[in-house]
Design a binder for this molecule. Sequence first.
Ligand SMILES: *Cc1c(COP(=O)(O)O)cnc(C)c1O
Length: 380
Amino acid sequence: MPRLEIDLKKLYDNTRTLVDRMASKGATVTGVTKVVLGNPEVAQAMLQAGVGSIGDSRIENIQKMREAGVAAKFILLRTPLMSQLEQVVLHADVSFNTELSVIEHLNQVASKKNKIHQIVLMIELGDLREGILPRYLESTVRHILQFPAIQLVGLGANLACFGGVKPNHEKMTLLSDLAKSISQKFNLKLDIVSGGNSANLQWFSECGDVGAINNLRLGESIFLGVDPLDRQPIEGLHRDALTLVAEVIESKIKPSVPFGEQCQTAFGVRPVFEDRGHGRRAILGIGRQDVDISGLTPLTEGLDILGGSSDHLIINCQQHPLFVGEEVRFQLDYSALLTAMTSPHITKAMLWPAKSIERPLETQVGHPIVPLNGVQGALS
Ligand SMILES: *Cc1c(COP(=O)(O)O)cnc(C)c1O
């Protein structure tokens, strides 16, 4: 079975490095677990590395981590579904919100349960994903303050997701100024002013003064060690904390151009081929049903991905012959990681460091976890 190897020690290192960098300017990290579907072991490694809270966009993931015994402050990063308000009040300590109608209902649910639910208001700074436009912030806050079971604990923003808008000095200053102005106007203590996601790291490292911003929510940078603005490596971080391993099921010398009458492929295109003569090609037992194959990079030199179908990945291995039964490793981009993690056909294999972090609770929730004894030793 193909497997995704998750090296908890490397995730711990990456988190630790980012937590320290952020702490140097007085800011905390929320470790974002959605790309690993709220995996409790990963959350535990992040917490041991010093994140102040765990954020996930799905309440099911938060519930799973709680039930697995992860002790953390949990933040729901996506505005709650109206149909899930009970779970949100029950399992999330804080939720990000953008809709008064949702907040009003959260207030009712929390009141019934005799709880105070904390919220962060997301501000639309131009990326056009979620958020309240700045000109409506004041009236929205005034409204929220009338809800007895709701406590407004912060403001947040999210950039570089839908619209590809860069979190720069101007955007962060605006968020910071909005936070200062509403906390003054309404005499509020805002514990969380969350500037954004991994795409904010460049701004963070270059800015002299973070203003009122005291938190970033980091996922991709921790998992992949790259900056989402340009996908360049971030200095000091591991880029291979997660790797995909697949197995060769066929290896043969074949022509480089298909022969026969040409029609559409299984995916509706008419491919064009360059004639490079005959060469060695391999097929791996993994495909588009498992992973976004465009996001895979072979970790072995001399391998070239030619394409794939639902369950076959075709590789030109003329420069580095592959043989049946052999394993091939790949680096993943965000999309490949998201899909591989979600595929039931890919085993998730946790690599346990022997000493540096304690092995957390046995938490067999969601995916089979296969400890790899051989590799364990190598990490100690
Ligand atoms: C996914 C998500 C993040 C984390 O983004 P990365 O680019 O993976 O760091 C942060 N905030 C929100 C609201 C998100 O949905």
